[in-house]
Design a protein around this ligand. Sequence first.
Ligand SMILES: Nc1ncnc2c1ncn2[C@@H]1O[C@H](COP(=O)(O)OP(=O)(O)OP(=O)(O)O)[C@@H](O)[C@H]1O
Ligand SMILES: [Mg+2]
Length: 243
Amino acid sequence: MKRSSKCIWGDDMLTVSNIDLHYGAAQALYGVSLTAAKGEVTTLLGRNGVGKTSLLRAIVGRQPVSSGEIVWDRDPIHRLRADKRAALGIASVPQGREIFPLLTVKENLETGFARLPKTERHIPQEVFDLFPVLHDMLGRRGGDLSGGQQQQLAIGRALVTRPGLLVLDEPTEGIQPSIIKDIGRAIDFLRQRGDMAILLVEQFFEFARDLADRFHVMDRGEIVMSGRRDEMIESDVRRRLSV
Ligand SMILES: Nc1ncnc2c1ncn2[C@@H]1O[C@H](COP(=O)(O)OP(=O)(O)OP(=O)(O)O)[C@@H](O)[C@H]1O
Ligand SMILES: [Mg+2]
């Protein structure tokens, strides 16, 4: 068993083994494997269209895998429906945010209640500590928020479910720098707390590098580089990200 700085590597983690994924006849993922551990940020880097979102969809149950295995907390989950995976503590902040524009901020946050027992159906204070703007705007419609505020709402909605695995798909995409900083601080806070595995998909290299404990780089549906942050050769990774 390998030891990481904050937790015993091998406990309570996500293991993706050798998955293939197809859209009809087109193959999007080829033998992809990766791991993510609690108390760590694992980043997945790769340029447009290489399969990052497809991998996250496979993990959260929005797209079936053709072969391979996904294990979370020692349970194989790749045949479970998305709602069953959510009930096991897997939460996602999807690309493009997918908040409900006609629901208020409060109602958007409360959509996370569905998977919680009745006694736990409240919005954790940490959501408002991390993103005070959500508290200020509780009665506002989701669609009236700026892109950055919507991103904070999407993260807040995921946190309402008290996840053990949080996957974020390009949370900095199209977001202004001050809010990118807030999102970075929030991810760092959640990592430090140590009870959550965080899988972060990014194309914004510096943001991902600064947060990563572990990184994977994807190209054309395959993982082409992996390692701990201190093993990362920046120039090699950057080359993979440029077109
Ligand atoms: N619903 C779908 N039906 C058919 N093909 C798809 C579908 N979604 C994605 N693809 C294809 O699968 C491949 C990987 O797409 P994916 O969205 O996973 O890439 P990505 O790395 O997330 O890209 P981006 O950085 O633009 O978000 C691409 O060739 C894409 O065209
Ligand atoms: Mg994508």
